[in-house]
Design a protein around this ligand. Sequence first.
Ligand SMILES: [Zn+2]
Length: 61
Amino acid sequence: MEQSYQCGNCMYKFTPKSAEKMPKSCPYCNKPDTLEKVKSAQDYLEEVDSDMEQREERASL
Ligand SMILES: [Zn+2]
């Protein structure tokens, strides 16, 4: 699964090739320790799914 990263310094967003691990510095501004994982659409879907499961559990009580 692809994981995108965004630089907190220059806001450059990129997705490394799957073989690569998380880069330590931004490929655009080259600043280290500024990269944050960007949530993918799949992550948001999974969050919604778990929310709905919790609601169903509450409704069945
Ligand atoms: Zn950057």
